[in-house]
Design a binder for this molecule. Structure first.
Ligand SMILES: [Zn+2]
Length: 197
């Protein structure tokens, strides 16, 4: 189900949060207002400030997404997703479409923490649970990946993230939402995307 956290006490880093503003283009001032009203960031002398190294409530960030969906529209969620790879931290080993898609789940956990502990341990490579996943399944013998995303972020936002990561290495890649599978927009817990190149 989109916009509803799986667990309490999850936080997201400020650098990632900034993607909302970056992705809202002409609506930047609305993005800032939604974030402020969700208690994320602060206004100093009329300027919106967010600490890129700070940590902010995942629950309230999701509420800001919900308002964007309701008051502005789905396409803006997609545009924010498109900007995520530019704003969030990604692992350094990404050099082709396969590991680019695989890296999304690692990056996702690098940029969230629970009870002050990062959900990705850089030293051991261990991923802790609490926020769901971005799936990766390579189809043997074909230039095709299936990504089942079971996390509380919205459907169109994830399509944006996957699109940017895929096109980074295969500019003609096509990224489709599999409409025959469950969809978070319909109250389900996952969405499935197919990436072909
Ligand atoms: Zn969906």
């Amino acid at each position: 189900m989109q916009f509803v956290p799986f667990e309490k006490d999850i936080e997201v880093n400020g650098q990632t949060v900034y993607a909302i503003i970056d992705g809202m283009a002409a609506f930047k001032s609305i993005g800032k207002r939604f974030l402020l009203e969700a208690g994320i960031g602060e206004e100093v002398k009329g300027e919106y400030k967010i600490d890129p190294n700070g940590w902010y409530s995942h629950e309230m960030w999701l509420k800001a997404f919900e308002r964007i969906a309701k008051e502005i529209g789905e396409n803006t969620l997609y545009q924010i997703g498109i900007k995520i790879p530019k704003n969030a931290k990604f692992p350094p080993w990404v050099n082709n479409i396969e590991n680019a898609i695989k890296s999304i789940d690692v990056a996702y956990h690098m940029n969230h923490r629970k009870n002050n502990v990062a959900l990705f341990n850089q030293k051991t490579g261990e991923i802790l649970e609490g926020i769901g996943h971005y799936g990766f399944e390579k189809v043997q013998g074909e230039n095709m990946i299936i990504s089942e995303c079971n996390n509380p972020y919205p459907c169109s936002f994830d399509r944006g993230i996957i699109t940017t990561m895929a096109k980074k290495f295969e500019s003609t890649a096509s990224i489709l939402h599999d409409d025959s599978k469950p969809c978070r927009r319909k109250g389900k817990y996952s969405c499935t995307y197919t990436i072909r190149w």
